[in-house]
Design a protein around this ligand. Structure first.
Ligand code: AMP
Length: 418
């Protein structure tokens, strides 16, 4: 894996794709700086090695140039974090970008304006809903054609290419994948990408056994590809959250008014029998906290997971399930966790998710490698302040999910391939 540790940056200008897609309030203050903070070590490393850095990112989903979604809003924070005045080019491929990057000296940083002000970045046209399919097709072909020129212009600003934007690694965009071909011998991962890719590899490919995956969240339908891929890799598959009820129903259990996807009951049956054939243990909750309404202040009762009374819905796993899951995790050497065990956003139904997070932390303390990835489980581990007690918390929602589905990420492939 070629990283910024393996390259001589002396006198070189590095164009680096970062993920500065940060949330802004109405006064354009950054409300969560995590993504910018995550890129700082890679930037500092290049500067300390005698290079200069040209940063490029997208922000939001603009349809053409927009003051609201200008990356100029991140300039003050970025300058403070790096302890230097970062320069800014108000058009990512315009004359200002060309002039400022040509004049860049070692130790200096230039930030380019939002890449998505150009539709060539994503390679898809911004069209009103009123256009016909024919027009759409023609517009798409046109953007694809001009995307080549756009990518070439970006590449011409620098001597080498660094990708440190894991959050967009599952997209084959100009700056995340296509640009790499202009730097056949001068392309590499930044530290964030390196760590994300290494943690996925550790879990899915260099696996220490037993390997336990914990899946939760609302729906089976959104996790089918994940389950299919994991069934060929794990020893144990723990299923909690709303999706557990489709499996319990498939086994003939009573689920009351709990979340269920009737169209996926057959599939759940197939998954259960397929797991048996593969020698994978699927572990489902044995008890649940049922509520008489989807509300924090609903009445609740502890019931068997397959005996939920009519008019009640399971919103969390119960204490026996927590014990069962914790014992499995305690004996695991590799853990992958995606999706909460219950409606953890409500205090009344957060215990299952919190206890599961604690069990993952405890197993990690005993030497297991644990990866937490994809959306809500990351929010949960942060809510319970346990992020530093697990091995790795992924920063990329969609990119992480696609990795667990077994897909090769275009942003990763573009760096790895010759
Ligand atoms: P997902 O995006 O599919 O990972 O789903 C995450 C969401 O699932 C969270 O907002 C949880 O509140 C929700 N969730 C977890 N358990 C349940 C449950 N038993 N019933 C309804 N929703 C749930």
């Amino acid at each position: 894996m070629k990283t910024i540790d393996d390259y001589n940056f002396t006198g070189k200008r590095a164009i680096m794709r970062v993920d500065f897609n940060v949330p802004l309030d109405e006064n354009f203050n950054i409300t969560d700086t995590t993504r910018i903070d995550a890129a700082i070590p890679s930037i500092k490393k290049i500067l300390a090695s005698g290079g200069s850095v040209i940063l490029m990112s997208h922000l939001g989903r603009p349809k053409g140039p927009s003051k609201k979604l200008s990356l100029i809003h991140v300039l003050p924070y970025l300058s403070v974090k790096l302890g230097l005045q970062v320069k800014f080019a108000d058009d990512c491929i315009g004359q200002s970008a060309v002039d400022l990057s040509a004049a860049l000296k070692p130790g200096e940083v230039l930030l380019l304006e939002n890449l998505r002000f150009y539709e060539e970045e994503e390679g898809k046209p911004n069209l009103p809903d009123t256009v016909t399919e024919e027009e759409k097709k023609a517009a798409k072909a046109k953007v694809k054609e001009s995307q080549k020129e756009f990518t070439k212009k970006l590449a011409s600003l620098a001597d080498c290419y660094v990708n440190d934007a894991f959050g967009t690694a599952h997209r084959a965009h100009a700056s995340t994948a296509l640009i790499a071909k202009y730097f056949p011998n001068d392309k590499m991962f930044g530290y964030l990408m390196r760590d994300e890719v290494a943690s996925i590899k550790k879990v899915l490919h260099d696996t220490q056994r037993p390997f336990t995956a914990v899946l939760g969240g609302a729906k089976v339908s959104s996790k089918i590809e994940i389950i299919n891929n994991l069934l060929h890799k794990v020893d144990n598959l723990i299923i909690g959250g709303g999706m557990m009820f489709t499996f319990i129903k498939a086994q003939g259990g009573k689920i009351g008014g709990s979340l269920v996807e009737p169209d996926f009951i057959e599939l759940a049956k197939n998954i259960l029998s397929g797991a048996k054939e593969l020698g994978v243990k699927i572990i489902l909750p044995v008890d649940a906290i049922a509520a008489d309404a989807f509300a924090d202040n609903a009445s609740k009762q502890l019931v068997k997971a397959d005996e939920i009374p009519d008019g009640w819905m399971g919103l969390d796993i119960g204490p026996e399930s927590i014990k069962l899951f914790s014992d499995v995790l305690n004996n695991s050497k590799t853990i992958l966790w995606n999706g909460p065990m219950g409606v953890f956003e409500m205090c009344s139904f957060q215990t299952g998710t919190k206890e599961l997070a604690l069990a993952v932390a405890e197993a990690t303390g005993k030497g297991a490698f644990s990866l937490i990835g994809g959306g809500d489980s990351v929010a949960a581990i942060n809510k319970f302040k346990l992020a530093d007690k697990v091995s790795y918390v992924s920063t990329g929602g969609g990119a992480m999910l696609e990795s667990i589905e077994g897909k090769e990420l275009p942003g990763v492939k573009a760096i790895l391939e010759d």
